[in-house]
Each structure stands twice: as structure tokens, then as C-alpha cells.
Design a binder for this molecule. Structure first.
Ligand code: IPE
Ligand code: IPE
Ligand code: MG
Length: 256
């Protein structure tokens, strides 16, 4: 595994990795267990991947932990997930601090039960001066919620005369998104074999490299993360230009 890690070019790490952690339920079913068993094991992967990103020096890691649509799951599963979340954060906050990791949350926090809101807020406050990895948990998050919300706030500001409609550009718009302080993800990973975005960071993923793997989230470990990063590093990101332009630009970068 360390060989795989050694192949990673640390000067070309994705500054922001976003992950759709999928497949807990199927993993559990395959073991003859109930879905919550899969979520419990998924936490082990979260620990491992957070540690892996921190060790490499990745700046931002966003984990899609609970979507707006996930509220429609059976009540037992929703309650179990909320308890697991609170329990995990309570246990892990010390480790986050020790490893200089700063916690952020994106999503409609108001929808979470009050005890979960308080626990998250406390962990955000406790880790707020850390300067290492930024760990962003997407909780009760969906892009359509985020985008509609942004439009509402912009409309309000225009109405109040704080903003002029004609001056709105992408930069203005991005100020109204939950991710306003974070760079766009450069690499988006989805586990467990589904090829869809499921309402995740629709605006921010515009130029992300997408990586899909059949590995179920509870089986996903640093080794799998390294494979995804190596795959990312083998790609040419053109941002609409042609290959020759991109290569010229790379050659013109002054080497320090
Ligand atoms: C991802 O695993 C975790 C959450 C969505 C909370 P799933 O629970 O979606 O697992 P599958 O996709 O049913 O296997
Ligand atoms: C996406 O997974 C949401 C999270 C991983 C939190 P889902 O399992 O909810 O997505 P769909 O329903 O398969 O699209
Ligand atoms: Mg799923």
C-alpha cells in the first residue's frame, strides 16, 4: 500500500476531494445484517479516509453523509443515523483537534433534531481554530435546496437595494452558496457502483473529475483513496481548452 502512496505526486494533490459515501445498506445486506450495521461500519471508513487525507495534506474533504431526500427513509434508519452521527462526533472531536482538523457543516442544519444541531455546533466551535484539513460534512444537504436558497437570498438583497441585479456574476452567486469559503472539489468519488450525483454539489462539481468505484463505502480504505487520487493525477484537465494549450501552460510554469 505504501508503494501506491509513494506514487502520488504531492505537488498535484486535489485541493478538495468530495465523496458520496454510498453502499452501506447493500454491504450490510450482503453480510445478512440490517442497514444500520452497514452505517456503523461506514464510520470506520470515514475515520480511515479522514486520516488518509490529513496525512497526505489534502486541504478540503467533503463527505456526503445525509441528503435532503434521505429524510424519506424509514424512521428507524433516520433515527439510527442521527444517533450514530452525534455519537461519532462526540467521540471523534478530540482526535480531530489533535490532528489539527477543522470541522464544517453544509446543509439545512435546522432540520436536524436539536440534540444533533447542538453537538455539531459544539464540534465546529471546538475545532474552529485548526489549520490542517478542512472536513466538511454535508448533512441534510441537497444542491437544489442550496441553489433555491441562494436565489431567495439574492432576491431579498436586490429587493432591499443591497445588490444590483445587473452586477450579479458567478462570484456574487458563489457568495450565497454553503460552500462560499471552500474551493470547488477537484475530485469527486462515489462508491458502490452508482453513476449519479444524487443532488450533490451540482454547481460546484462543474469541472470536477468524477471517479466511480464498485467498492462499497464500508470497504473503502486509504488504498482505495490513493487509487482514486492516482487516477485523477493521470487525467488531463482542459477546462474547455485544447490539449496543446494545456501542455504549453504546464511547460510555462516556472519551476521553483
Ligand atoms: C450511504 O449508504 C449512506 C447514506 C445514504 C446515509 P446507503 O444507505 O445509501 O446504502 P445503499 O445505497 O442502500 O446500499
Ligand atoms: C446519496 O446516496 C446520499 C448520501 C450518500 C448521503 P443515496 O443512496 O441516498 O442516493 P440514491 O438514492 O441512490 O440516489
Ligand atoms: Mg445508497
Amino acid at each position: 500500500m505504501s508503494e501506491l502512496k509513494d506514487k502520488i505526486d504531492l505537488n498535484r494533490l486535489p485541493s478538495h476531494i468530495a465523496i458520496i459515501m454510498d453502499g452501506n445498506g447493500r454491504w450490510a445486506k450482503e453480510q445478512g445484517q440490517d442497514r444500520l450495521y452497514g452505517h456503523y461500519h461506514g464510520v470506520e471508513s470515514v475515520r480511515n479516509i479522514v486520516e488518509g487525507c490529513a496525512e497526505l495534506g489534502v486541504g478540503y474533504l467533503t463527505l456526503y453523509a445525509f441528503s435532503t431526500e434521505n429524510w424519506d427513509r424509514p424512521a428507524d434508519e433516520v433515527n439510527g443515523l442521527m444517533e450514530l452521527l452525534v455519537d461519532t462526533i462526540r467521540k471523534e472531536v478530540e482526535t480531530l483537534n489533535k490532528n489539527n482538523i477543522r470541522l464544517h457543516v453544509i446543509g439545512n442544519m435546522k432540520q436536524l433534531p436539536e440534540y444533533a444541531q447542538n453537538e455539531m455546533q459544539e464540534a465546529i466551535d471546538i475545532t474552529s481554530s485548526n489549520t490542517g484539513l478542512n472536513l466538511v460534512m454535508a448533512l441534510s444537504y441537497s444542491s437544489r435546496w442550496e441553489l433555491v436558497n441562494a436565489v431567495k437570498e439574492i432576491a431579498r438583497d436586490v429587493q432591499n437595494g443591497k445588490l444590483e441585479a445587473d452586477t450579479i456574476d458567478a462570484e456574487t452567486f458563489e457568495r450565497f452558496l454553503c460552500t462560499t469559503n471552500f474551493p470547488d472539489p477537484e475530485l469527486m468519488i462515489r462508491t458502490s457502483g452508482e453513476f449519479r450525483i444524487s443532488n450533490f454539489l451540482l454547481y460546484q462539481l462543474a469541472y470536477s473529475e468524477l471517479y466511480f468505484t464498485n467498492t462499497r463505502w464500508p470497504d473503502f480504505r486509504k488504498k482505495n483513496l490513493y487509487e482514486a487520487i492516482l487516477d485523477f493525477q493521470g487525467r488531463e484537465r482542459r477546462f474547455g481548452k485544447i490539449s496543446e494549450q494545456v501542455q504549453d501552460e504546464q511547460e510555462n510554469i516556472p519551476t521553483l
